[in-house]
Design a binder for this molecule. Structure first.
Ligand code: FPP
Length: 246
């Protein structure tokens, strides 16, 4: 992960993370059931990947399913799982052709074996691609990610592989999801709500936040460009004063 100082001068985001919110409300507005909105959301996923590829975004991380989403009605969870399988089946070749590396971040152990094997196949097929890293956060929670890193480090201390004194922010980062990737520069949330919802808590320490009123299915390349333009006008200070930066 780049240190904040390495990013001070950059005004185009290398790593964009998106909380894709508003599918249910989008569908309701059209008099349809919630899952219609999730299906429509796939088009916006394609648009955001396409924008990222055309505009030099190196990493795009999309929040597809949180650890808390299991609490939704069973039928909605079932449709989302089928949709993930379907999208993996239909999009992976296209992603591979466009040199996109696909990673699923989160606790995949709760998914059914068919979905897990589709995920593994897609990750293996695309592992050497480097035009864009596309992280799909599925059964992901920011607190889970941090606890997981803490457990791994505790095990290493316990077995004598490292000393407590070896643990710093850099080593901790390496045990979180999206390790070895640049920190998030821009976090976008669609759907009009202004909260983080347990997304990448560790990785967004210095991210700029952008909240869009668009429901996710309406978020297109032009809307992505607006978010990037707003980002470009922000002054990222990383704790310094504006005088120090000018
Ligand atoms: C949040 O909207 C959206 C989700 C929980 C699911 C996102 C899934 C997709 C866009 C489909 C496919 C994606 C991939 C990457 C395979 P919401 O249901 O919370 O909307 P609401 O706030 O209006 O209820």
């Amino acid at each position: 992960m780049n240190s904040p100082e390495q990013l001070v001068e950059k005004n185009s985001p290398q790593h964009v993370a998106i909380i894709m919110d508003g599918n249910g409300r989008w569908a309701k507005k059209k008099g349809k059931i919630r899952t219609f909105g999730h299906k429509a959301g796939v088009k916006a996923v394609r648009a955001s990947v396409s924008y990222a590829l055309k505009n030099g975004v190196q990493v795009l991380t999309l929040f597809a399913f949180s650890s808390e989403n299991w609490n939704r009605p069973a039928e909605e969870v079932g449709v989302l799982m089928e949709l993930f399988k379907m999208v993996l089946g239909s999009e992976v070749k296209k992603l591979h052709k466009n040199d996109v590396r696909l990673n699923i971040i989160g606790d995949t152990s709760r998914f059914d074996s068919k979905l897990v094997s589709k995920i593994r196949e897609a990750e293996e097929l695309t592992e050497n691609n480097d035009s864009l890293v596309l992280n799909i956060a599925a059964n992901y929670g920011g607190r889970w990610d941090i606890v997981n890193a803490a457990k791994q480090l505790a095990t290493q201390v316990h077995t004598g592989k490292i000393d407590v004194a070896d643990i710093d922010e850099e080593t901790f980062s390496r045990h979180t999801c999206a390790a070895d990737l640049p920190a998030v520069d821009l976090l976008i949330r669609t759907g009009g709500e202004q909260r983080i919802s347990n997304f990448l808590l560790w990785q967004i320490a210095y991210a700029e936040l952008y909240f869009s009123e668009d429901f996710w299915p309406d978020f297109d390349e032009a809307a992505f460009q607006v978010a990037v333009d707003v980002f470009a006008d922000r002054q990222r200070r990383f704790g310094k004063t504006s005088e120090q930066l000018s």
